[in-house]
Design a protein around this ligand. Structure first.
Ligand code: DON
Length: 590
């Protein structure tokens, strides 16, 4: 295990940062008030029920691939992977085999596995890669060859079905392959993303070839529009080759060769050898208790499991349901402050655990008590990161989408997968149809400069050869009395953590059904920037009262996309829900 920085050195560097702002970690704010009101939820039901099984995703074709896997005798793992591989075709602005993922699996035997399919920095990557980069792109950590890490999603999917599924990888690829070959109608969401990303995408002829076509009337080359059929024959061939030859074709064969050549010709540093050296990592899930519930989350290089647990530990110090009823402003204030404290720690402490020390004390109850005692009810905290216990000695072992799946045998899956921002690095390796990720932007590419999600970070998340960038992806499974009752996860960069927290708080504390828990208006604080984001549907009166406590309020139309499944032992029903903020579908066998 490589350890580039000892903790002492890290502390030293960040103390220095406070004055020189090389790594830019700071805060500041100031004070007051109280009030009563409730918040509504978005209209429209996003829930489905089944006694047999359930899968939820952002696209009906992908969810259907999961249901088909169940119908063929597959379990929740087969369903989740078939869904993910179909999303990689019909929703490839969010995720695909050119990206990475985290998969949390709870098997029927009661074991919990965390498969880390996060991208790895190419071996030639150095800490100052982006500061020294000579690139034709304004932001080389977000666009073009340098922006990509070595993709891990395919290897993680293959491992999940091989170790925990029944149907095998070829079966999981089938529906995606068909959707790529025969085409599928472009959704509102898809067409919107093409429009948004068009300017960056047109810089790559290989991308234009796949996602753009001559307008039937003007002849001008434009992105596909809503309702038009998008066929991706190169991607269909890629899926077919993987289906026939296995993942070696991708990691050690023709794909890796082609990718290596393209990188070399286009200012990249990734090589075919980097593909061959890619490895998934089996990690130890983060296990914590919240009231009577057992929470399983994803460990570093995800920050999700740690900070979902940490915020819940802080909230455990408060009577959440009572506070929501009696004093909703105090309720939202406490949640916002807990989020802020956690994100301050995230920026300082979190990174790839194979390279840096991430203190396990972050999720200790004693630390949460200490943090909770700092929260003032009438004003906001000016806070920097804390000092969790055992900081020096303990280690964790070593645009996005979420798939939730569960079956009546007791297999549960939470799978979050991503190419990072919309259409990743915007290029397609020509001839393959594969959209490549821009996950290198999740490192601290430029110290002190916020990344695409406004996050700043410390040296623990600096770029290094073979290292995995810190992630917010938070696939989560919750148990009660040893039995799974909830699987949940989300898309939305750092908002993933707070979306998952809201689903948990709303469902477990406020007893909302999962559809409502996901639809309810959200609040988000990520410490830096110093602002409290409220969805536009969030209650105005409460917003005013939060502002009176000196929260710096900013409205946001919609924050993130979350999927979840619950199980009710009394009724024997799985309930799946997708997020009404976008299209989606939850379904199970009837
Ligand atoms: O791993 C992460 O935290 C980010 N790359 C996730 C990006 C994301 O959620 C974009 N989606 N809307």
């Amino acid at each position: 295990m490589l350890k580039f920085y000892s903790l002492g050195l890290v502390v030293g560097v960040v103390c220095l940062a406070a004055t020189t702002s090389v790594w830019g970690l700071q805060t500041g704010v100031g004070p007051t008030t109280i009030l009563k009101s409730t918040t509504g939820v978005l209209p429209g039901s996003s829930e489905s029920t089944s006694r047999k099984n359930m899968v939820a995703s952002v696209h009906p074709l992908a969810t259907q691939a999961g249901v088909d896997a169940f119908a063929k005798g597959g379990n929740a793992i087969d369903a989740a992977i078939a869904t993910a591989l179909t999303l990689g075709v019909v929703d490839n602005f969010n995720s695909g085999i050119g990206g990475g993922c985290f998969i949390l699996i709870r098997t029927a035997k009661g074991e919990v596995y965390a498969i880390d399919g996060r991208e790895m920095a190419p071996s030639a990557a150095t800490q100052d890669l982006f500061q020294n980069a000579k690139s034709r792109f304004a932001n080389p950590s977000q666009t073009g060859a340098l922006a990509s890490g070595v993709p891990g999603a395919l290897q993680a999917y293959a491992q999940a079905v091989a170790e925990h599924g029944r149907l095998g990888l070829s079966a999981s690829l089938q529906k995606g392959m068909e959707a790529a070959e025969n085409g599928f109608p472009v959704t509102d969401a898809y067409a919107g993303k093409l429009r948004i990303a068009k300017k960056a995408m047109v810089q790559f002829p290989g991308t234009v070839k796949v996602f753009f076509r001559p307008d039937p009337t003007t002849g001008i080359v434009e992105p596909y529009r809503v309702g038009e059929i998008l066929k991706q024959s190169d991607l269909a061939t890629t899926y077919r080759m993987i289906s026939q030859k296995g993942t070696d074709w991708f990691y050690r064969g023709a794909f890796a060769e082609l990718a290596g050549q393209w990188m070399k010709a286009n200012g990249g540093i990734m090589t075919a050898t980097d593909f061959a050296n890619y490895k998934t990592v089996n990690r130890k899930p983060v296990r914590s208790k919240y009231r009577d519930f057992e929470i399983y989350g994803f460990p570093p290089p995800s920050s999700g499991g740690v900070h979902v647990a940490q915020v819940l530990n802080i909230l455990e110090q408060f009577k959440m349901a009572e506070m929501y009823q009696n004093d909703p402003v105090a309720f939202y204030h406490v949640v916002a402050e807990a989020m802020k404290l956690a994100f301050a720690d995230r920026a300082f402490w979190l990174g790839d655990p194979d390279y840096v020390e991430v203190p396990l004390g972050l999720i200790e109850k004693s630390y949460a008590k200490e943090l909770a005692s700092k929260i003032k009810m009438d004003s906001v905290l000016t806070t920097d990161h804390g000092m969790p216990p055992n900081a020096a000695t303990e280690f964790f072992e070593g645009h996005t989408t979420h798939v939730a799946a569960a079956d009546s045998e007791g297999n549960w899956v939470a799978l979050t997968t991503t190419v990072n921002t919309t259409f990743g690095a915007k290029y397609v390796i020509p001839g393959t149809g594969v959209v490549m990720n821009n996950q290198m932007d999740d490192f601290v590419a430029f110290p002190g400069k916020p990344n695409a999600f406004g996050l700043i970070g410390g040296e623990n998340n600096a770029v290094a050869s073979g290292k995995r960038p810190l992630s917010s992806m938070s696939p989560t499974i919750v148990l009660q009395d040893g039995k799974p009752i909830l699987t949940v996860g989300a898309a939305g960069g750092p908002k993933i953590i707070t979306e998952v927290l809201w689903a948990i708080i709303n469902h477990l504390d406020l007893e909302m059904p999962i559809g409502k828990a996901i639809a309810a208006p959200r609040l988000h604080h990520q410490w830096a920037p110093k602002q409290l984001l409220l969805e536009s549907s969030f209650d105005d009166e409460i917003a005013d009262q939060l502002a009176a406590k000196q929260h710096q309020i900013k409205r946001s139309r919609s924050m993130g996309i979350c999927q979840g499944i619950t199980f009710d032992a009394e009724t024997g029903l799985f309930t799946g829900a997708y997020d009404p903020r976008t299209t989606g579908s939850a379904a199970g066998e009837q």
